[in-house]
Design a binder for this molecule. Structure first.
Ligand code: KIV
Length: 263
């Protein structure tokens, strides 16, 4: 079973870390087979699986079910589960309860967006044996407060705040830190300054690792591909071709064929 210690080791050895989101058992099994370092049960599930407009709609029950499915698909993987909207904001006791449910569903660690106001909760979780991954920069649960999904940390004051937040996370004992949509130079500075591993998404080339949303990587949604993501396959086109073939085959009575009929 992979552990969070592998993150510290990878940073020391300058071996780039790979994390990809997963929401279901089959995808989790395939990503683990591909050799990723960690599976992230992102609250992006609310958008890419459930069709909501933002991650604000992720609930604890939604995250618990996806976490359990991912764990069943990849029993040996390091699984990080997102703490959903407001689950940390309600105080350390509520955060502990929510994180406990995600751990019992199969998570190895939880990810928490932001740090201001979360210090006590983060410290309680870590003190209770629950590894915490931080998430700074664009924190999508605050999309309405941020005025949209835009790059963060551009001004000197915002950059200084992000660096201070990263330091706070390290001092609290977080084992890693996602940096989302921040200028590459700022992500590189944080990566150099901090001893915890940084995992970038839209944060340039100099973080300790990279994370992508699996549906972006597989090109499953033709209407959405952020500029920082790379499509490794046109999954939408491949899926559509297969689906149309099935429709044609059934209508033409070519499916099932003789060998597909039980004796
Ligand atoms: O929920 C998610 O997919 C994430 C990644 C963008 C890092 O948090």
């Amino acid at each position: 079973m992979s552990s969070i210690l592998s993150f510290a080791r990878a940073k020391r050895e300058q071996r780039p870390l790979v994390m990809v989101t997963a929401y279901d058992a089959v995808t989790a099994r395939t990503l683990h087979e591909a050799g990723v370092d960690a599976l992230l049960v992102g609250d992006s599930a609310a958008m890419v699986v459930h069709g909501f407009p933002s991650t604000v709609h992720a609930t604890l029950e939604m995250m618990r079910l996806h976490t359990a499915a991912v764990r069943r698909g990849a029993p040996e993987a390091l699984v990080v589960a997102d703490m959903p909207f407001l689950s940390v904001r309600r105080g350390a006791d509520a955060a502990l309860d929510a994180a406990g449910e995600l751990m019992q569903a199969g998570a190895t660690a939880v990810k928490i967006e932001g740090v201001a106001g979360h210090e006590e909760a983060i410290s309680r979780l870590i003190g209770s044996g629950i590894p915490v991954m931080g998430h700074l920069g664009l924190t999508p649960q605050s999309v309405h407060q941020l005025g949209g999904n835009r790059i963060q940390g551009r001004s000197p004051a915002a950059a200084a705040q992000l660096r201070a937040d990263a330091e706070t996370l390290e001092k609290l004992g977080a084992f890693a830190l996602v940096l989302e949509c921040v200028p590459a130079a700022l992500a590189a500075t944080v990566t150099r300054e901090r001893s915890i591993a940084t995992i970038g998404i839209g944060a340039g080339r100099e973080t300790d690792g990279q994370v992508l949303v699996v549906t972006d990587m597989l090109g499953l949604d033709p209407t959405f591909c952020p500029s920082f993501a790379r499509r490794y396959v046109d999954g939408h086109r491949a899926n559509l071709r297969a689906m149309r073939s099935f429709v044609r085959d059934v209508r033409a009575r070519r499916f099932p064929a003789r060998k597909e009929v039980p004796a």
